[in-house]
Design a protein around this ligand. Structure first.
Ligand SMILES: [Zn+2]
Length: 98
């Protein structure tokens, strides 16, 4: 691929919030925090592009975006799996988009 620099794919999980809404969450491989994005009613999609919530100065996502790919549902953010920088590189190399 030449000159194409697509946003990283990020496996994310749906979680039902206390207010009844749905959020998409994942544990960030770059800053270890849980990043959460709302999923508006009627706009459910397996793949959505979002502005990155990562503010770690060393994060490659700083000031960029990523594509959340829904891979499951959790009841609590504590159930979110660890996802490392190595995992992130492996996934995105495997799909051949960078
Ligand atoms: Zn982060």
């Amino acid at each position: 691929m030449t000159g194409v620099n697509r946003e990283d794919l990020v496996p994310a999980y749906r979680i039902k919030r206390h207010d009844g809404g749905i959020s998409l969450m994942f544990r960030c491989p770059h800053c270890r925090a849980v990043h959460s994005h709302g999923e508006p009613d009627g706009e459910r999609s397996v793949l959505t592009s979002r502005v990155a919530h990562c503010h770690n100065p060393r994060s490659p996502w700083l000031g960029r975006g990523y594509r959340l790919m829904v891979v499951g549902t959790v009841r609590s953010s504590r159930e979110l799996p660890l996802w490392t920088e190595v995992d992130a590189a492996a996934l995105n190399d495997a799909v051949g988009e960078r």
